[in-house]
Design a protein. Structure first.
Length: 275
């Protein structure tokens, strides 16, 4: 039987406190969402670790999992950099869950090399203008395909093959360097993260002829949403999670399902004047 992967989370408070996606300060919403995601996972898995920067640590250190301080990257543009940082720290099979992903029934994560949430065929149009930027500078990347036609949603992203993880990290850093060197926000605003992570991983795996395990393996978003409901998985991706009704539902579930931990987190927030 394969070793059960450990579950890891990452949270750098700087991007979500500093107008990521032009959404203003979403610190409190992210703290509650992270707490709910971890507490759901705590029902099913033993080895869970949250890596939180010093700001977020103050509000989540009390959760019933290992909580480790990390440094903030102070970057609201490459906002998922902390995810890369903590993936690099892993020495055994792992799955990184985004803090807007919720596992409400135990999912047995059975995969060989790499697992992702799903294929983003239907959302591929989101990548095109970003690829137009990156394609001008990627001629020296032997694995790069200018228009692969798909990418992977990485709300769930895990590696059992740590050598493959290292190859992905190398690809990430190469593309990040290209972005930092060539991006001119005074000319145009490029939201790079879905290319740095999701498209970059897809084209690397295509180059190596590796098919990742898909958590949600149906052919379209509607069927995958039905499958997600069936297996007890929810990912409130993108800006949708900041809708007032969803924000209220996350806090409501946290308070009803995990009242002790909700009070602990809420008291920590109120102590710092965040209500």
């Amino acid at each position: 039987m394969k070793e059960e992967p450990r579950i890891i989370y990452s949270l750098d408070a700087f991007p979500i406190s500093n107008n990521r996606w032009n959404e203003g300060n979403k610190f409190k919403e992210t703290i509650y969402s992270t707490a709910l995601s971890i507490l759901y996972s705590h029902l099913w898995y033993k080895d869970i670790e949250l890596y939180a920067d010093e700001t977020a640590y103050k509000f989540l250190y009390m959760l019933p999992c290992r909580v480790t301080k990390i440094s903030s990257n102070k970057d609201a543009v490459i906002w998922m950099k902390s995810k890369i940082d903590v993936m690099e720290k892993q020495t055994k099979p792992f799955i990184h869950l985004d803090n807007d992903a919720f596992i409400k029934k135990k999912i047995n994560f059975d995969f060989d090399k790499v697992i992702v949430e799903q294929n983003d065929y239907e959302l591929y149009g989101m990548y095109q203008y970003r690829l137009d930027f990156f394609n001008k500078y990627t001629h020296d990347l032997d694995y790069w395909k200018p228009d692969l036609g798909y990418a992977f949603n990485c709300g769930v992203l895990g590696f059992r093959d740590l050598e493959l993880r290292d190859q992905f990290l190398k690809a990430y850093y190469a593309l990040e360097e290209i972005f930092i060197k060539n991006n001119n926000p005074g000319i145009t605003r490029i939201e790079p993260c879905i290319v740095l992570e999701q498209y970059n991983l897809a084209t690397l795996l295509h180059h190596k002829n590796i098919k990742p395990t898909l958590l949600l393996w149906k052919k379209n978003l509607f069927e995958n949403s039905q499958l997600a409901d069936r297996i007890g998985y929810t990912h409130i991706a993108g800006q949708k999670k900041y809708r007032i009704d969803i924000v209220q539902e996350i806090e409501n579930r946290l308070s009803k399902l995990f009242p002790y931990w909700y009070k602990e987190v809420k008291n920590a927030l109120e102590k710092e004047g965040i209500a």
